[in-house]
Design a protein around this ligand. Sequence first.
Ligand SMILES: [Fe+2]
Length: 213
Amino acid sequence: MATYTLPELPYDYAALEPVINPQIVELHHDKHHAAYVKGANDTLEQLEEARDKGTWGAINGLQKNLAFHLSGHILHSIYWHNMTGDGGGEPLAADGVGDLADAITESFGSFAGFKAQLTKAAATTQGSGWGVLAYEPVSGKLIVEQVYDHQGNVGQGSTPILVFDAWEHAFYLQYKNQKVDFIDAMWAVVNWQDVAKRYAAAKERADVLLLAP
Ligand SMILES: [Fe+2]
């Protein structure tokens, strides 16, 4: 019985046009995301086998593979729900996402400052990576993280609530080498309702670290 399963897309392949074309969405979800799910499950099986046999020669590679594939699965699972064909604009109190809007202003000074930082972080990833808006429970504020691959350069305990996939598989068939254009376009499909829901949930579980029990 597999531990992880590929979640279904919350919309059809064409739902994010013209920002992301259907071919990208289909390949990205059905092939790339699926590969991370399989990779995480396979790695767990290999770790179980290592425990059973007491053979630890591959432990470093297996632990790295687990972090990579599991993080890939989690970030993509967030990514699909962070987007909607009816998205874009700014989070506004009038739309019921005032808490998120306030947190962005408090954490970054302004929505414009936040947008500029996340855009830059995503668009300037070296190699493969992500631009991430995360809730950081120690400060109780939001931060931007520039994630390497799926798992590197992350503050422990932070919770991703808005993720921009900056891997080439996310845009190359449509935007070619123009990663900046892709990230700029992404803002038009952000589902602020989903981001606000994740922000509220992240705040709820902020004491999970027991830093101030
Ligand atoms: Fe991806």
